[in-house]
Design a protein around this ligand. Structure first.
Ligand code: B1M
Length: 240
């Protein structure tokens, strides 16, 4: 087994068992060896947390085990975050995101933030347990291209509709693209509550947001070109 494989296996085991200092040390060692931050994330840390979830479902793990595993992973994310984000370019758009009211899961939402920042978005992260009024105030203040709601429990998914109704009431619904996601969310559910888009994971959420702002900038470039053409024709006609 190469050292890189040992590090991946170690990260999986130590995250599973909630050994934060070992997870931090192995992350740092992996990076020193030139391992790709995305590989560390997607090939070791996330699979480990998925295993935590499976054990919780089977009744082998309880909430404290889930919590210490999550904390161990957060320590690695703090190190990986700037490295993933620095691959980005100039701000391409604005994105407000938060975990809905009643829900305190944030690892998946934080991954979306990291990837959106990495793709060049200016991200306003409202954190967890975010009430509808806070989303409304953030959309009013930051005028984002996209507002994203994350929900990780079947019992908190209905907050999507509550948030959308709050934005409608504030006259903001048509001014922002509404994206939703989170483990139990589906395309059908997103459509049912009136969201504009759904993504199953952080990279798809980022790709969709990029396409959206890309389309907008193309539309505005097209509109500018048309305006210039009309101006030119006007001037030519005036000249006789
Ligand atoms: Co909780 N928990 N938890 N938990 N927890 C789950 C979600 C659960 C599936 C476990 C299980 O039963 N197998 C289950 C939910 C069942 C359900 O509703 N269907 C569950 C439960 C029941 C609970 C409690 C109710 C347990 C209890 O107290 N009895 C409780 C609820 C607390 C609350 O929120 N009010 C609870 C508590 C906790 C901890 C605090 C201990 C901890 C959270 C720590 C933290 O987040 N800081 C925790 C954890 C760690 C989990 C599991 C193990 C891992 C979640 C995770 O981080 N996954 C989880 C089981 C599992 O998922 N396997 C579980 C990894 C993450 C990368 O994936 O979150 O799916 P995910 O995020 C993805 C996508 O969803 C997507 O991109 C992300 C990255 O690719 N995505 C978006 C996310 N947001 C998006 C937004 C978008 C688009 C895509 O657009 C805007």
């Amino acid at each position: 087994m190469s050292r890189e494989e040992e590090i991946r296996a170690g990260l999986f085991e130590h995250t599973l068992n909630g050994h934060a200092p070992e997870v931090k040390a192995l992350t740092e060692e992996g990076l020193k060896l030139g391992m790709n931050p995305m590989d560390i994330l997607f090939k070791a840390l996330i699979p480990s947390l998925e295993e935590v979830g499976r054990r919780f479902e089977k009744g082998d793990f309880f909430v404290p085990e889930m919590l210490i595993a999550a904390r161990a992973m957060q320590g690695a994310l703090v190190i990986l975050r700037p490295l993933i984000a620095e691959t980005g370019a100039q701000p391409v758009g604005r994105y407000v995101i938060g975990t809905v009211k009643g829900d305190i899961h944030d690892i998946g939402k934080n991954l979306c933030v990291i990837m959106l920042e990495g793709a060049g978005f200016e991200v306003f992260d409202l954190g967890v347990n975010t009430p509808p009024e806070k989303f409304v105030a953030a959309v009013e203040e930051h005028k984002p291209d996209v507002v994203g709601f994350s929900a990780f429990l079947t019992t908190t998914m209905p907050m999507f509709k509550v948030n959308i109704d709050a934005l409608t009431k504030a006259g903001l619904r048509d001014k922002v693209h509404i994206a939703v996601g989170g483990a139990p969310v589906t395309q059908e559910y997103a459509k049912h509550v009136g969201a504009d888009s759904y993504a199953p994971d952080a990279s798809m959420a980022t790709r969709m947001a990029k396409e959206l702002v890309g389309d907008r900038s193309q539309t505005s470039q097209g509109a500018q070109a048309l305006e210039q053409a009309v101006k030119l024709i006007d001037e030519t006609l005036k000249k006789g």
